[in-house]
Write a protein that binds this ligand. Structure first.
Ligand code: GLN
Length: 433
């Protein structure tokens, strides 16, 4: 297995920002397997841009813990995948390095922000990839490209070396073509790391089982309501029917706090982003700034030039939401709504083991179609609640509408990835049979 692996794929979908040659270690759970890594996850010696010009040329001096674990298990890290700038988007169109195209239909978006990871897996360039999910960024592109993607429980996977966007919401997670491979990659990355103070020592060690007899599946009305394409809803209901045929039962549940989810999500993520993005000042990382100017002029120029409009918009929104006199009106309220959503899920999980619904309200839309920020933000309505609640959620392909993939989303209790993985696996095996 030793020797250099030169990875130069036919990247016609612009899935990669950087590709690299690597020397896979011999042995380990992922010996010699090519894994693509989202470009906001630090890789020692490999350029890491977060899809932003402000980090162009930045070469991290250390590996994220998840990358260290991949290397330890013998994986070949073959490249860094394209993404919305700093993870801010749902289509990969805000990348400074051009959009990624959806391999299923290259005139459509691949979803985002981990669009490059999803496209690389869907196109068969790699069997597995890492993404990150703050409000849906693993599950959305998984659904749009027809692959499997898991957002772990908040605190189950180390964020050490993940370049922060909204620290209280995001997790690194696995993407692959099968539930089994997602589970395999999860067992490698879900390992305790004392350097991430928000971690719990709850390693994942599980082989998927299709035995789901007695499983209680909650169906939240809010996930099938207004704004959800009825054809998508139908596919998802059919998929839930398959899960019932395999021995599960369904129970109606309600997440009333859903109506506040997007507003709360966009206040919290922009507030956290305004703080996290402040370190990118053109001095410490990335391209050099003209230091003959005063510091504020220099910062202003470099940020104007090197940060894209969506990133600047969010930093301004977040700064405003936190400003004196407004923080109570916006940030504190958003935290209250977040608490309510968390409690709604806790209540629902007293009666059911998993909650099922669509991952996305629609199938992948044409590149360039959604230009106003609010219509883009609306596409996160079904994914952001799991981030607000900190619970695990997986998207598994469940058929097509107009030839485009639909994702079934399964959410679970905190630290119960095993259950949603089993349900997804049973579904996947059930349809194959
Ligand atoms: N689309 C959401 C956002 O723009 C989610 C992105 C993500 O999960 N990183 O914030």
């Amino acid at each position: 297995m030793a020797g250099t692996l030169d990875f130069s794929p036919d990247d016609r979908y612009n899935a990669f920002i950087t590709t690299c040659s690597t020397a896979p270690f011999s042995g380990g759970a992922l010996a010699g397997i090519a894994v693509a890594v989202k470009d906001n996850i630090s890789t020692a010696g490999i350029e890491t841009t977060c899809g932003s010009r402000i980090l162009e040329g930045y070469i991290p001096p250390y590996d994220a813990y998840v990358v260290e674990l991949l290397r330890r298990e013998g994986a070949a890290i073959v490249g860094k995948t394209n993404m919305d700038e700093f993870g801010m988007g749902s289509t990969t169109e805000t990348s400074a390095f051009g959009p990624t195209k959806n391999p299923v239909d290259p005139s459509r978006v691949p979803g985002g922000s981990s669009g490059g990871s999803a496209a690389a897996v869907a196109a068969g360039l790699v069997p597995m990839a890492l993404g990150s999910d703050t409000g849906g960024s693993i599950r959305c592109p998984a659904a749009f490209c027809g692959v499997v993607g898991l957002k772990p429980t908040y605190g189950r996977v180390s964020r050490y070396g993940l370049i922060a966007y909204a620290s209280s919401l995001e997790q690194v997670g696995p993407m692959a073509r099968t539930v089994e491979d997602v589970s395999r990659l999860m067992s490698v990355i879900a390992r305790y790391d004392p350097r991430d103070a928000t971690m719990f020592d709850r390693p994942y060690d599980h082989r998927p089982s299709a035995d789901i007899g007695g499983l209680r599946v909650g169906i939240p009305g809010e996930y099938f309501g207004e704004g959800v394409d009825p054809r998508v809803a139908k596919k998802v209901r059919d998929a839930i029917g398959v899960i019932e045929d395999l021995g599960a039962s369904t129970v109606p549940v309600s997440i009333p706090g859903m109506r506040y989810a997007l507003a709360a999500y966009y206040v919290i993520c922009t507030a956290e982003a305004s703080s996290n993005i402040a370190r990118f000042d053109g001095v410490r990382y990335g391209p050099a700034v003209d230091t003959r100017k005063s510091w504020h002029e220099a910062y202003q120029d470099i940020r104007q030039e090197k940060l894209g409009p969506e990133v600047r918009r969010r930093v301004m929104l977040g700064t405003f939401a936190l400003s004196a006199g407004y923080a109570g009106r916006y940030y504190a309220k958003a935290l209250g709504a977040r608490q309510k959503i968390r409690q709604d899920f806790e209540r629902a999980f007293r009666d059911v083991d998993v909650i099922a619904g669509p991952t996305m309200p629609t199938v992948a839309f044409p590149l360039g179609e959604r230009t106003d920020p609010v219509s883009m933000y609306l596409s996160d309505i079904l994914t952001a609640p799991a981030n607000l609640a900190g619970i695990p959620a997986i998207s598994v392909p469940c058929g097509r509408v107009d030839g485009l993939p639909v994702g079934l989303q399964l959410m679970g209790r905190q630290f119960e990835e095993e259950r949603i993985i089993d349900a997804a696996y049973a579904y996947e095996q059930g349809v194959k049979a």
